[in-house]
Design a protein around this ligand. Structure first.
Ligand SMILES: Nc1ncnc2c1ncn2[C@@H]1O[C@H](COP(=O)(O)OP(=O)(O)O)[C@@H](O)[C@H]1O
Ligand SMILES: [Mg+2]
Length: 255
């Protein structure tokens, strides 16, 4: 039994009078793919914001890789191996696809900034290593052919894959994906499923929010279901499919 990588325990998020997340607890093991589903407004994106450190929790605790990360913001969590994708509007329009991944990977640069200025041998070697890694990531997500195009010139499905490559550039242990298949056609979703399983095969855990049940059922080992900010079910895809509370939330909810 491996130790959990992420343990969230009784987290709450209040926005004024709105309780977006209430007493949410679950854990994720290394290299596990877990789905977070629920009707619109059930608190999925807020949960990703809390886990990634985009927003602070109102109550409860988040442990990652054996330490509390409650007091850390998103840029302090990324170097620990906890990262998320952002909306594609976070892409740099004037950058090429390759440059975007290089920029995203810069947090793991090991040489000092002055070394890059002096163009020392170590800095050149580090730069070559980063470029090779960025190329490998683009190959991995299926964007090698568009490496030299501007991020604004590729399709929206490709931009979503680029956000995943950028997230992987920080060498995460856990990646949080909020609706990665939005706007994708069936064939692209199929490729995304394969990619998510490929990320897991690299030993990286994935938390995926998605409303395409086909994708969730295919890639997730376990699924957590939210309704009105609370966990109403947790289990394997087969258990979730047969759970009356889940069926009720979807049929009775605003989805
Ligand atoms: N920044 C915010 N300020 C106020 N209310 C918010 C904010 N973000 C989310 N909410 C509210 O929290 C609830 C959960 O939203 P969200 O996490 O986006 O749900 P989901 O991603 O499941 O659709 C909703 O009622 C939403 O209106
Ligand atoms: Mg959302």
């Amino acid at each position: 039994m491996s130790e959990p990588l992420l343990v969230i325990d009784g987290i709450d998020k209040n926005f004024g009078g709105v309780q977006a997340v209430k007493g949410l607890s679950f854990s994720i093991k290394p290299a596990e793919v877990i789905g977070l589903i629920g009707p619109n407004g059930s608190g999925k994106s807020t949960s990703v914001n809390l886990i990634s450190g985009t927003l602070p929790v109102s109550a409860g605790s988040i442990q990652f890789a054996g330490r509390s990360v409650n007091a850390l913001n998103i840029s302090e969590r990324v170097p620990l191996g906890l990262t998320r994708t952002f909306q594609t509007t976070a892409l740099f329009a004037e950058c090429t696809v390759l440059e975007q991944v290089l920029t995203a990977g810069h947090t793991s640069f090991v040489t000092a900034p002055w070394a890059a200025v002096l163009r020392t041998k170590a800095a050149r070697e580090e730069e070559a290593r980063q470029r090779a890694k960025a190329h490998e990531l683009l190959q991995f997500v299926g964007l090698a052919d568009v490496a030299d195009q501007l991020t604004s010139a590729i399709s929206s499905a490709q931009q979503r894959l680029l956000m995943i490559a950028s997230a992987l550039a920080s060498d995460p242990k856990l990646v949080l994906l909020d609706e990665p298949a939005a706007g994708m056609v069936a064939k692209e979703r199929k490729e995304l499923s394969r990619l998510i399983m490929g990320i897991r095969d690299r030993g990286i855990a994935v938390l995926v929010i998605e409303h395409h049940m086909g994708l969730i059922m295919e890639v997730c080992e376990r699924i957590v279901v939210l309704n009105f900010g609370q966990k109403i079910a947790e289990g394997t895809p087969a258990e979730i499919r047969a759970n009356p509370a889940v069926i009720d939330a979807y049929l009775g909810g605003a989805h």
